[in-house]
Write a protein that binds this ligand. Structure first.
Ligand code: FAD
Ligand code: SIN
Length: 542
């Protein structure tokens, strides 16, 4: 059994986790954990790019205004300003790590070529830096290379964080299931950062990798941290509709470069919904597609990128072109079938501007956190930016505030569960039930009745999973199922509490938008904050 002491344990090897580890002082002993390999998170799958204000005619204020508008009145202005004001710094840092963003092709002979900036929904300006349509894998590769060069960082793969270790002072470490030994190790730490990504795997159809099971949100909630705005799960409008293969994202940058959405009849429908048409914010485009599909009983709608030549598509969108080809589709010469799929968790664990959560010594960054940046709807390509901005501020804050000194005494994992489950099929069945019910009842359009049914069914599922968890030896699928069911319950609780429609949350029993935007903040019974002095709307991210 591994009972090792670290200064900082970072759970997650995506953009947020690796950027944090790299920005901590080299004198600190840091562990980075991933429940699979180091490129397993959503980061490696990111296509479109990272939003930043670089063009001389663009401005920080314009990026802020666009983000606030996409967020439908629920963004926290200080968090938005803080994030966007640091975008240039993030780009410089990434370039210093070795990242090559695409340059303009029309300046091949110029002495200094500018970055090629692309366009995405909600942005009023071209401001997305990218590495073709494989920005995420380029980021992941470069950051992993830099981490490998650092003697003070230990990377541990195939390790699933189970629960945080706490005492009355705050966090003391974390219990971790080691898949290689099947043991649960107690890792001691002076600070822990959760950077475990989102929870879109709660839905039957998702653009996310399999590990997006909301683990960090569930761990923080169980340890007494508030969560907020989990009703706002973003559906990406254009995922390839291919019943035989897994869902695959067709980047919004395609629409940014002029691709349009059509019904099977050929009619282009987005101009009927919004003057920005295909470049309206995602909630509007996804709801429009959902509406057209329901209205005509369609399985999908169609994305038309045939205004681009094969060469142009191959230069900017090689990944998408290749994936369409594998599905037997010719993106350059035909319209391709698309549907919305669950894509991004806008809510999460409540944190301040340093990524600090309610539990002393716990930091939560990246998609797991609710910083106040995204409000009721995240604008495209703002999430990678958020990962890097909050990784830097968490690194600074952690370094200055490492509270617990020395070698804290932590209890070893107490496992009285000796029975090995032969019920893998039941766990698999519960996975399917969970994802199907979230898709059917807590999807793009909700009603009070559907939410009530979802809550009832989740309760039953959750009781069954608790029974498994307390009786049988734990396995990674059981841990993920337990976490995701808990997060799904939190999502439904948030959705039931919101008596209006706003951004990504549309309830046809409450179609109007309230004049008084408020976060949905859930407080656990073991909360670390004084319930009476809970921050209100202005304060959650501040
Ligand atoms: P992730 O990159 O998801 O990493 C999570 C890490 O946590 C992984 O290493 C995982 O193994 C680990 N982990 C999880 N649970 C545990 C556990 N219990 N124990 C141990 N380890 C654990 N955003 C943009 O800004 N621009 C884009 O172009 C863009 N395109 C996207 C395209 C796709 C297909 C997808 C899915 C998302 C896209 N996003 C984009 C969103 C963005 O990629 C993610 O929000 C961001 O990468 C999240 O980074 P992260 O570091 O928070 O988590
Ligand atoms: C995309 O490339 O469409 C995804 C961008 C994002 O989710 O920010």
């Amino acid at each position: 059994m591994e009972n090792t002491a670290f200064d900082v344990v970072v759970v997650g090897s995506g953009a947020a986790g690796l950027a944090l580890a790299l920005q901590l002082p080299t004198g600190l002993r840091v562990a980075v954990l991933s429940k699979a390999d180091t490129s397993a998170g959503s980061t490696s799958w990111a296509q479109g790019g990272i939003a930043a204000v670089l063009h001389e005619r663009d401005s920080v204020q314009a990026h802020i205004d666009d983000t606030l508008e996409a967020g439908a009145g629920l963004c926290h202005e200080p968090a938005v300003r803080f994030t966007i004001e640091h975008s240039r710094q993030v780009v410089d840092w990434l370039i210093a790590q070795g990242l090559d963003f695409d340059l303009r092709q029309d300046q091949l002979d110029a002495e200094f070529r500018e970055f090629h900036l692309t366009m995405e929904g909600g942005h009023s300006f071209r401001r997305i830096l990218h590495a073709a349509d494989k920005t995420g894998s380029a980021i992941s590769a470069v950051l992993n290379e830099r981490v490998a060069e650092r003697d003070n960082i230990v990377v541990m793969t195939d390790r699933s964080a189970v629960d945080l270790i706490t005492d009355e002072q705050g966090v003391r470490g974390i219990y971790v299931l080691n898949e290689h030994t099947a043991n649960v190790d107690a890792l001691k730490a002076r600070a822990v950062a959760l950077a475990t990504g989102g929870a879109s795997k709660a839905y039957l159809y998702t653009s996310n990798p399999d590990g997006a099971t909301g683990d960090g949100i569930a761990l923080a909630w169980r340890a007494g941290c508030r969560v907020a705005n989990l009703e706002f799960n973003q559906f990406h409008p254009t995922c390839l509709y291919s019943p035989e293969t897994r869902t695959y994202l067709l980047t919004e940058a395609l629409r940014g470069e002029g691709a349009t959405l059509h019904l099977p009849t050929g009619e282009r429908f987005m101009p009927r919904y919004d003057e920005r048409a295909e470049l309206a914010p995602r909630d509007i485009v996804a709801r429009a597609i959902d509406n057209e599909m329901k209205r005509y009983g369609l399985d999908c709608v169609y994305l038309d990128a045939t205004h681009k030549t094969e060469e142009e598509l191959a230069a900017h969108f090689p990944g998408v072109l290749e994936r369409c080809r594998e599905a037997g589709l010719d993106l350059a010469n035909e319209r391709v079938p698309v549907v919305p799929a669950a894509h991004y968790t806008c809510g999460g664990v409540v944190v301040d501007q340093h990524g600090a959560a309610d539990l002393p010594g716990l930091y939560v960054i990246g998609e797991t956190a609710c910083t106040g940046l995204h409000g009721a709807n995240r604008m495209a390509s703002n999430s990678l930016l958020e990962c890097f901005v909050y990784a830097s501020s968490a690194a600074r804050h952690m370094t200055e505030n490492l509270r617990i000194q020395g070698d804290p005494a932590v209890p070893p994992w107490d496992d009285s569960r000796v029975r090995v489950s032969d019920e893998a099929v039941v766990i698999q069945h519960n996975w399917q039930s969970l994802r199907r019910l979230m898709w059917d009842y807590v999807g793009i359009v909700r009603t009070n009745r559907r939410l009530k049914r979802a809550a009832n069914r989740l309760r039953v599922l959750s009781d069954e999973i608790d029974d498994y968890y307390s009786s049988f030896t734990i396995t990674p699928p059981l841990l993920e199922l337990r976490n995701l069911t808990q997060v799904a319950e939190l999502m439904v609780t948030c959705a039931k509490q919101r008596k209006e429609s706003r951004g990504l949350h549309y309830n046809s029993d409450f179609p109007a938008t309230s004049q008084h935007p408020e976060d949905t903040v859930l407080v656990p019974s073991n909360s670390w904050v004084d319930h009476r002095s809970l921050p209100t709307y202005e304060g959650v991210g501040g």
